[in-house]
Design a protein. Structure first.
Length: 695
């Protein structure tokens, strides 16, 4: 059996270098085997009298990309990472980290335990633990702060974003950069160090300038990030660790360890680790044979050059896939292409894209007003407005011009994919590709599997989604699929509570404070109230309820369609929502029309009705097989509907509360409002009998 960590020597014309190489694919994570292997090889290096310097490097595509997250919920096994890092740093002989790919989390902490750090120019480094609701827990907060100072350390750790090697060099995290051969570059750097009689540089011993750690600086930083981190406490714990860097090193490390353990045990970190695994699980399709090869997609067509169609086209162009945009006439086409160019220019102005990159992306997009020009496409995505008959007619046209192997996809957010597929002679090549607006920004892609969609088409969709940097979730056919089907009861309860006397402003604040990016009423205004009204009209099997979204109907009649008209549920002054008395008066009138009694609704009821209505619908979706896993639903809501990662998604939230609490809460509202909306899903009753949970 090959050792995951090995020691050998390189001899270049009498210059001997020890090589400690980690080979633990795919990302050389710091498992217990790797940690033990490093300790063993450090002993070998220490005993090697011929090697006065050693290189720590990794086999494969990357340096250590982090800790082994699968060990987080298991009993700790020694040596744990801080012990390994202390052992490395304590060496009297020099140890150099040679970094390629990424050095993230525990990987960068390990590199900072080496005396010097060499990296390829293409490498990235960072401490992204905050994305798991954690802080760097292997001396990283204390080491990075000593290397780069408190402000820069806070920016790196609180954002969690990796930084380029050239920037890390400027910061002092990296000592030397090479552009080509990792091993040879590192050996050449070792020669420099030996020739200059360099001594071990131990970060723990670096001078800490107390004057940089003022109370005002930390107060200003807390204020700066408060709007982004609301309710999320890992950033605050990171700040506390940086504040502790003025203490003696071992005291700061002790504080770091205590705060790390606090984060590890928190509901927020448990939720974020759940999301980490859920995002990986959703790419695995049960029953899809791994031997099925995706089709090669060389050219893509997009029908519809509006905001959504343009955003979809940008995704493929960004991935280097030639894309042709089809519109009904030249004026519409020119407008659509202009919007795309404007989007790219906006990104350039923000410094996120160069002019050369913009030019390259735009060169990937062409336009046409003829279906015939789509004949050589491998995938065509229809992105016109939600009208079933219109979509069916477009698919019939596409079926007549597209080559036999071409995949036909609809960007519908609610409509029946099987009905659309039946308008073609290739239903096996038809599926839903539900992008979320803005399509060039949002990461979720709901892929809808029709009853006849082939496995090859599904495999192609899953593969291509990753290529265009989307998080794909495969779902079945029903009205609204997973996301919108669960979003509708969320909106329903928000609207119903307005009629019962809760302020739209307060409902949105409660949802926002809980962890939603926007409240339900703000989302309605952003989506367009006319769009929601249209969706309701297409909802064939909706409950018989004349009061359903009645306030939305009233506002649409008055031309208050949401943000696009300057007013909807709220009036917009710039982008700021303002609640007007006339909306409250309309709500009162609608409530009286349907004999709905006004009453006091507290914050707890608001969040319960918003969340548990979704959870009950999610249980229906799971029971019907529309979603494969409860975690898939969680991914949909975190990536597509703005639910905070630290909440873990609606089904994870339900599991944390326990099935007893779930059924008790749903039955409480069933007793008040009846079976129409609040009858517990069969799956909930089944899980209650088994004391189970959503999986």
């Amino acid at each position: 059996m090959t050792q995951v960590v090995s020691y050998r020597r390189e001899n270049q014309s009498g210059f001997i270098v020890g090589i400690i190489e980690i080979n633990s694919p795919p990302v050389n994570a710091l498992s217990i085997l790797v940690r033990k292997g490093i300790m063993r090889c450090l002993d070998q290096f220490e005993k090697d009298q011929d090697a006065q310097i050693a290189i720590l490097l990794c086999h494969g595509r990357t340096f250590i990309a982090g800790a082994d997250i699968t060990e987080f919920d298991k009993p700790r096994e020694d040596p744990w990472l801080p012990e390994v890092i202390h052992r490395m740093e304590s060496l009297e002989k020099l140890l150099v980290a040679a970094i390629h790919g990424t050095a993230l989390g525990g990987g960068l902490e390990t590199a900072m335990g080496c005396h010097y750090r060499f990296a390829l120019e293409s490498a990235m480094v960072g401490l992204p633990e905050v994305s798991l609701g954690l802080l760097p827990g292997a001396t990283g907060t204390q080491r990075l702060t000593r290397l780069v100072g408190p402000k820069r350390a806070l920016d790196i750790m609180v954002s969690g974003k990796p930084i380029k090697a050239v920037d890390a060099l400027s910061d002092g995290i990296i000592d030397k950069i090479g552009s080509d051969d990792l091993l040879q570059g590192a050996i050449d750097y070792c020669k420099e160090l030996i020739n200059s009689e360099a001594k071990p540089q131990r970060i723990k011993d670096l001078y800490v300038d107390d004057t940089l750690f003022s109370r005002d600086m930390f107060a200003e930083y807390r204020s700066k990030i408060s709007s982004k981190t609301r309710g999320f406490f890992a950033p605050e714990k990171i700040i506390q660790c940086v504040e502790a860097a003025t203490l003696r090193y071992h005291e700061g490390v002790e504080i770091e360890n205590n705060l790390f353990q606090e984060c590890m045990a928190s509901e927020q970190s448990i939720a974020q680790r759940h999301m980490f695994f859920s995002e990986r699980a959703c790419s695995k399709v049960p029953g899809l044979e791994p031997t099925i090869k995706p089709l090669n997609v060389i050219k893509v067509g997009v029908v519809g050059g509006g905001t959504m169609g343009g955003g979809i086209a940008m995704n493929f162009a960004n991935a280097g896939i030639p894309t042709i945009l089809k519109e009904i006439d030249q004026a519409s086409l020119d407008k659509g292409l202009g919007i795309i160019e404007g989007n790219y220019q906006n990104t350039v102005s923000k410094g996120r894209l160069s002019e050369a990159q913009k030019t390259r992306c735009m060169s990937m997009i062409s336009g046409t007003t003829s279906y015939d020009d789509l004949a050589d496409c491998d995938l065509i995505v229809e992105a016109v407005f939600e009208n079933l008959e219109l979509k069916k007619s477009i698919f019939t046209e596409l079926d007549s011009v597209a080559k036999a192997t071409c995949i036909l996809a609809s960007n519908t957010s609610t409509l029946n994919i099987d009905e659309i597929a039946d308008s073609t002679h290739r239903p096996e090549n038809v599926m839903g590709w539900h992008f979320f607006a803005p399509a060039n920004v949002m990461t979720l892609l709901e892929l809808v599997r029709g009853k006849k969609t082939s496995d090859t088409v599904i495999a192609t969709a899953m593969s291509l989604a990753k290529k265009i940097k989307k998080t794909p979730v495969l779902v079945g056919v029903c009205f609204g699929f997973v996301g919108n089907r669960m979003f509708f009861p969320y909106v329903r309860e928000a609207q119903q509570m307005i009629l019962e006397g809760a302020s739209p402003e307060r409902i949105d604040k409660v949802a926002f404070d809980w962890g939603m990016a926007m409240g339900p009423n703000g989302v309605c205004d952003l989506s367009g109230l006319d769009v929601l009204q249209k969706v309701k009209s297409e909802w064939k099997d909706r409950p018989e309820d004349p009061s359903l979204w009645t306030l939305i109907d009233r506002l649409v009649q008055l031309g208050r369609l949401g943000q696009k008209t300057g007013s909807g549920i709220f009036k917009y002054v710039g982008r700021a929502p303002v609640l007007e008395d006339e909306v409250l008066e309309m709500a009162k009138e609608e409530a009286e029309k349907f004999s709905i009694t006004k009453r006091d609704i507290d914050d707890n009821e608001i969040i319960e009705r918003l969340l548990y209505s979704m959870i009950n619908e999610g249980a229906h979706i799971l029971g019907e097989g529309i979603a494969y896993r409860a975690s898939d639903i969680d991914v949909v809501f975190v990536h597509g509907y703005g639910m905070g990662r630290y909440r873990g998604g609606p089904m994870h939230f339900a599991n944390t509360k326990g099935i007893d609490n779930v059924i008790k809460t749903i039955q409480k509202y069933q007793k008040r409002y009846g079976d129409k909306y609040w009858k517990p899903a069969p799956l909930i009753l089944e899980l209650y009998e088994k004391n189970g949970k959503f999986i």
